[in-house]
Design a protein around this ligand. Structure first.
Ligand code: SF4
Length: 294
């Protein structure tokens, strides 16, 4: 981490001295650790996922619904030992998965914590990421993470440049997803319906760019069999968190736009999840109040 090259931003800064693009310093920060019921059923189950929300984000999309933590960097500093204890506490509370949300910028400390507690964890460890990951960093997680939950947001370099200042998002994330699959193999659900192993790709369909979303599904369909990965097609985009000039991002997604992407996914036979139009609310954004941090 010193100098930090943990993610594709490759800041090359000493985080003990200055923050990188992600907002991460030398000490790990989290904003909340809680039982969270807002993920897909195979992640949340009936009793909730044990979600740990890390502060900061290497991607920082302009419309982010979690901007309080991803861009304002809200959170409290914790040690590796405390993170290890939080993992066990969430399991004791009944969590059906351990859900590491936006973990990339602290992946080196997360590896240390998981190495301590993995033998005591009997629930799947879920790496819930923007997808903007290096293969090198992902290899450190091999054997510690059971389930990868990557976003796959943009195909076009122009779009990812405009929305996340990451022109290389697709080329980087596509390689990252192939590495994730190399580690986990095809997905496997438990008898309780919880995802025990594998990848579920999340695609947030955005207003005005349905062709880009369809292009991503086509890429997935030509690189994976329908039994390899799960696909979660999200329509929960809400413009409340966007304050820029882009007209597309100032409105909600239409049913027509969303259905076009769903139809392509169905043509490939992918299993997974869709959302109804009532999903486009702020209800999926938790309050970040440091619950469970100390
Ligand atoms: S993790 Fe943060 S500091 Fe490190 S390379 Fe990525 S953006 Fe830069």
């Amino acid at each position: 981490m010193e100098p930090c090259m943990l993610c594709p931003r490759q800041c090359n800064v000493d985080r003990q001295q200055q923050m990188g693009y992600c907002g991460g310093g030398g000490q790990m920060k989290i904003a909340r650790a809680m039982l969270h019921f807002g993920e897909e059923p195979c992640i949340s189950g009936q009793h909730g996922s044990g979600a740990i929300f890390f502060s900061g984000c290497p991607l920082r999309c302009v419309f982010c619904q979690n901007h309080v933590i991803s861009q304002d960097n809200f959170g409290a500093e914790i040690t590796v030992e405390r993170l290890a204890n939080i993992c066990l506490e969430l399991q004791e509370q009944g969590a059906q998965t351990l859900n590491l949300v936006s973990p990339t910028q602290y992946s080196s400390q997360i590896v240390q914590a998981l190495e301590r507690v993995k033998p005591q964890l009997f629930i799947p460890v879920v790496y819930n990421t923007s997808g903007y990951e290096t293969v090198v960093a992902l290899r450190q997680l091999e054997g510690l993470v059971n389930v990868y939950l990557p976003d796959f947001k943009y195909k076009s370099p122009e779009l990812s440049k405009e929305y996340a200042a990451a022109e290389n998002y697709f080329s980087v994330t596509s390689q990252a997803i192939l590495e994730m699959f190399r580690q986990t193999g095809p997905y496997r659900l438990g008898t309780d319906g919880i995802l025990q192993q594998g990848i579920m790709v999340r695609l947030l369909v955005l207003p005005g760019t349905r062709q880009d979303s369809k292009d991503i599904v086509h890429w997935l369909g030509t690189h994976f069999d329908k039994t390899d990965i799960l696909l979660s097609l999200m329509r929960q985009y809400t413009p409340e968190f966007y304050h820029g000039e882009n007209k597309n991002l100032q409105r909600r997604l239409t049913t027509f736009e969303y259905q076009q992407v769903v139809d392509v996914a169905m043509d490939y036979g992918f299993q997974g999840y869709t959302q109804d139009k009532n999903s486009a609310t702020t209800a999926y954004t938790p309050d970040f109040n440091l619950e469970g941090v100390r």
